[in-house]
Design a protein around this ligand. Structure first.
Ligand code: CTP
Length: 433
């Protein structure tokens, strides 16, 4: 028989502050005479010995009252979501605890948010997505760490199987289609055959289309933040789930190669790519084969903000205006490479580096490792001292000076001074004409 006491398993994956918070919250539950549990991903991760940061707590009581009492006692801050009856408790030293009332859920129609009713922990666990996420451990002092596993999650973890708890699971909440693919890929688990059939049925019935754009986008973001994004994306594509988000959404032909290159690039990023947001970069790659107007419609469907939109537009502009020049075999000066790439975001640079032919890749690599950080020694104030006035001439001279430095026409401060004086003389002549 397995050990049903998770005390040690929890201590092993939580940082000391989070482990202490669990004990403290258990004592507060004791004082109020209620049952309290840590649930979901934390319990799963404890059994899998995977580190975990955020705590999900369920109490058989009013979560908002419990959170307020805990905040008072542990000197934390509490953020209440009255609509859902849940609270986030933020304690010192970075511990964040989601607190919910133990509840059952019913769904008026697929894709709708659930109607909830308080119920004992057993029913709370049975409303959840997959057996491996439907476990809890008691945190009251009496029986701390005791495992509750009404759906056989532990056995599924041992055998590496992802399984829904009941046949209506994907219908109740079609975001579980995306979650299913994400967890299966993250843990390299088999999807149990009945779950697989229900998954495909859910996609074929187009249930994902009933979910709000914000909720789909949230799941997409989570998938694109995983260590391995190709496997879940490919699975969503072959299921037909990408197409049920937007009919024209399909992955690029060379996607396996593109994502494997991108993963290598993002693991050890060079130059300005270091500041790229990983999931934005992956999103750009995932939509890079779609026509720009379809990509716009997809972003509308996902209720995307301005940042992703501008990245998608930027990549499309690069493909139509610049890609060919960067791939061409003809000579391209260092300043021309710089000019072609300087306005691009880190995310776009990462994607074009991952998708470039040999010549373009070499040029982008040169830009990132060297060209983008080239600066003239003289700055704007120096140019004003030399006689230029603030305004467009000054900006242009600085740009020309940088180009001259990139192409090796100036290499020292004296060269730069000479370059600027000569440019001013030429400007004066031009202005007098
Ligand atoms: N849950 C669910 N159905 C959903 C979303 C969540 O049943 N559509 C339940 C699961 O029990 C899950 C828990 O709520 O374990 C917490 O959800 P979330 O934080 O999204 O997932 P985690 O399991 O913690 O996964 P991750 O490791 O990705 O954070």
């Amino acid at each position: 028989m397995w050990n049903r006491d998770l005390t040690e398993a929890l201590a092993a994956i939580l940082n000391p502050e989070a482990a202490e918070a669990l004990r403290d919250l258990g004592k507060i539950a004791d004082d109020r005479g209620i049952n309290a549990f840590v649930v979901g991903g934390v319990v799963r991760d404890a059994l899998m010995k995977r580190p975990c940061e955020d705590l999900d707590i369920v109490v058989e009581d009013d979560a908002l009252d419990f959170a307020a009492a805990a905040a008072r006692e542990l000197k934390g801050r509490v953020k209440k979501h009255r609509r859902f009856g849940t609270a986030i408790l933020v304690l010192g030293r970075g511990v964040k605890v989601d607190i919910a009332t133990s509840r059952s859920e019913s769904y008026a129609r697929p894709g709708a948010l659930p109607d909830v009713a308080p119920d004992p922990i057993d029913l709370d666990l049975r409303r959840r997505d997959f057996t491996l996420n439907a476990m809890a451990a008691r945190i009251n002092a009496d029986g701390f760490g005791e495992l509750l596993d009404p759906a056989g999650g532990r056995e599924d973890l041992e055998t590496g199987v992802l399984r829904v708890l009941h046949e209506r699971s994907f219908e109740d909440d079609p975001t579980r289609v995306l979650r299913c693919v994400r967890f299966a890929a993250r843990f390299s688990f088999e999807v149990d055959p009945l779950t697989e059939k229900l998954l495909q049925d859910a996609v074929d019935r187009n249930l994902v289309s009933t979910v709000s754009g914000e909720r789909i986008m949230n799941e997409i973001r989570l998938i694109l933040s995983e260590d391995e994004v190709w496997a879940p994306l490919e699975r969503l594509d072959s299921l037909g789930a990408l197409a049920s988000i937007h009919p024209e959404w399909h992955l690029p032909e060379k996607a396996p190669n593109l994502f494997s290159e991108l993963m290598t690039i993002m693991k050890d990023p060079v130059g300005s790519i270091r500041s790229a947001t990983l999931w934005h970069t992956n999103f750009l790659a995932a939509v890079s084969a779609i026509d720009i107007s379809d990509a716009g419609a997809l972003l509308d469907r996902l209720r995307s903000g301005a940042t992703l939109r501008s990245l998608v537009n930027e990549l499309a502009r690069f493909e139509t205006r610049t890609r060919e020049r960067l791939e061409s075999e003809g000579a391209l000066s260092r300043s021309s490479i710089y000019d072609a790439l300087v306005a691009l975001s880190p995310e776009t640079l990462a994607v074009i580096l991952a998708s470039g032919g040999q010549i373009a890749t070499q040029r982008i690599a040169l830009y990132l490792s060297e060209l983008e950080s080239v600066r003239p020694i003289l700055n704007g104030s120096d140019l004003i001292v030399l006689g230029l006035q603030e305004g467009s001439d000054l900006g242009r001279v600085l740009t020309d000076l940088r180009r001259a430095r990139l192409d090796g026409f100036v290499t020292s401060k004296e060269d730069e001074l000479e370059f600027v004086r000569r440019t001013i003389r030429n400007l004066d002549v031009k202005n007098k004409r």
